[in-house]
Design a protein around this ligand. Structure first.
Ligand SMILES: Nc1ncnc2c1ncn2[C@@H]1O[C@H](COP(=O)(O)OP(=O)(O)O)[C@@H](O)[C@H]1O
Ligand SMILES: [Mg+2]
Length: 528
């Protein structure tokens, strides 16, 4: 479906600033729809031919809709839009028509011109028309609440025609604004409550205010509730600002363990400040959940941090021991253990810095890879490259996979490019044909890509290849045993070891990502 902007750009001569204003209206008009008990349709005149195009629509949450079908994208001319034409041409609210019928739904049509104020605050030209269409099939004598809503709706409708509604946005307001149904308070020009909806009354009661709101000075009440009668509190000042005709940001009041979100709007039809509208919502539960999540998150990060520290301590102890043993084999074994432990510590370090149980794995691979090159014999310098991206991996996969890659990378460096003397000692029939003539630069390449919920990883070197008669299925020492156990066990994947196409060794791993894994872009857990 086309967006408001697409539609307006395709069919009208509206300027970007006009379209921005229409976006602001569509972002804030649920309020007017709910207070009006009516559907709102945003119509723009199609360039030059007397027809109107519907670019946005909102249904009331307080009443039945007049339109079961979506109206966005409709282009209409003639009698059906005559009232829009009047509002557009004369720049006034049109509301004098008889009910019309949509199928068997009787409806009342009204039309509100939309003005965009000029830079110097003058009411500008009419750029669009808001159709306000009420389903009359359930209409009856309105209750007191309904009368109050309708009066306020008319004030806001006039402000749309004046170009003073919607008020400017405050950047960074992420919590959704309170809605009409959450709680509504209307104030007169002196800041006294003239009407409070039952939900608003209940929300204030939760903050500890038990009497009736009508007649109260709301700014003073906010200060009292916030326990700060002298200093101006934010929620108190917001009310005063709205009474002055400004549009303050949303504010919260905390009292008695409850939290209420407030949004104060000026009411100034025809430019005359006649009071304010304050929407309130009890957000105690939302805040409680936020706090619980934050502490849980912080605890998990702290635990990863401690696990990392403990693993680093273990690695340091092993390193100390390695220095003390005389037997070379024992020393090598201990040094290998140091690297294994350190590679797991790397995953926990990354987890301790991230906000969810998933890690950006590329950075980890690069660090393990560069640590592996240091193991290369001093006279051989091995290049490391990564192609493709691992993306974001869940912690369980990351911890096993980093161990696997650590072993494979170390093998490539250690066994693919042995020091010169060892190579000389190798049997004369060792498979290294023209290698000495062309002498390719020693290199290890790690590739990663995702396809069909699988992660495909290869570790390829251009070294001397696997020993002859090497059993690729079962052969090897502790290193390859660890690799096979982790890949087929923890990771439920497959691994294949083979000689590379042009010499060297290639290890190919496929790991399924489907079950409880993480989406590559968002890092959020996918459906189980
Ligand atoms: N990339 C490789 N290039 C050449 N030989 C390899 C490679 N990877 C493994 N191998 C061979 O497989 C053997 C087993 O490796 P591994 O199980 O990791 O034990 P270790 O590294 O302790 O020897 C190595 O000794 C080596 O002969
Ligand atoms: Mg090894």
């Amino acid at each position: 479906m086309s967006t408001l902007r697409d539609l307006a750009e395709e069919h009208t001569a509206l300027r970007p600033a006009d379209i921005d204003h229409l976006h602001r209206i569509a972002g804030d008009w649920q309020l007017l729809s709910d207070l009006s008990f009516a559907d709102l349709l945003l119509w723009v005149p199609v360039d030059g031919d007397g027809t109107f195009l519907c670019v946005a629509q909102v249904r009331p949450t307080t009443a039945p809709t007049a339109y079961l079908d979506d109206q966005v994208g409709r282009i209409v001319g003639g009698a059906e839009v005559a009232h829009l034409e009047v509002a557009h041409r004369q720049g006034r609210i049109w509301r004098e028509g008889d009910p019309v019928w949509y199928g068997d739904v009787p409806a009342r049509h009204e039309a509100i011109p939309v003005r965009l104020r000029t830079g110097d605050g003058e009411a500008g030209e009419v750029i669009a028309v808001v159709g306000r269409d009420t389903n009359l099939s359930t209409a009856r004598t309105p209750s007191q609440l309904e009368l109050n809503y309708l009066t306020t709706a008319d004030d806001l409708a006039q402000m749309i025609a004046d170009g003073t509604f919607p008020p400017p946005r405050h950047p960074g307001e992420t919590t959704s604004a309170p809605r009409v149904g959450d709680g509504l308070v209307r104030l007169d020009a002196n800041g006294k409550v003239t009407y409070a909806s039952p939900n608003a009354q209940s929300a204030y009661r939760r903050l500890g205010y038990a009497s009736h709101l009508v007649g109260e000075d709301l700014a003073k009440l906010h200060r009292r509730l916030a326990g700060d009668p002298l200093e101006g509190t934010d929620a108190g000042n917001a009310v005063l600002a709205a009474l002055r005709g400004e549009a303050p940001p949303r504010r919260e009041i905390d009292a008695r363990g409850a939290t209420m979100l407030t949004r104060a709007l000026p009411l100034m039809p025809a430019g005359v400040p006649i009071g304010a509208l304050v929407l309130v919502r009890d957000i105690t539960e939302v805040r409680r959940r936020d706090r619980a999540l934050i502490t849980k998150d912080a605890t998990i990060r702290e635990i990863h941090h401690r696990v990392k520290n403990n693993l680093q301590t273990v690695a340091a102890l092993l390193r100390l021991q390695a220095r003390r043993v005389a037997m070379p084999e024992a020393r090598v074994a201990l040094e290998e253990s140091v690297r294994r432990v350190a590679s797991i510590a790397l995953v926990h370090e990354t987890l301790s810095l991230s906000s969810d149980e998933a890690v950006e794995f590329d950075g980890i691979v690069d660090r393990v890879a560069s640590a592996a090159t240091e193991v290369a014999a001093t006279e051989v310098s091995v290049g490391m490259r990564r192609r493709g991206t691992f993306g974001i991996l869940p912690a369980e996969i990351a911890t096993s996979l980093v161990m696997v890659l650590n072993e494979l990378l170390l093998n490539a460096v250690e066994h693919g490019f042995p020091p010169a003397d060892e190579e000389a000692a190798a049997p004369a029939d060792a498979p290294r044909p023209e290698a000495e003539v062309t002498a390719p630069r020693p290199e290890v390449v790690v590739t990663a890509h995702r396809a069909r919920k699988q992660l495909h990883v290869t570790v390829t070197d251009n070294g001397r290849g696997l020993p002859e008669q090497f059993d690729a299925e079962r052969g090897g020492n502790l290193g390859l045993q660890i690799v096979r156990a982790l890949v087929t066990g923890e990771l439920r994947g497959t691994i294949e070891l083979r000689n590379g196409a042009d010499g060297g060794t290639e290890a190919a791993i496929v790991v399924p990502l489907a079950r409880g894994t993480t989406d590559r872009l968002t890092g959020r857990a996918g459906p189980p």
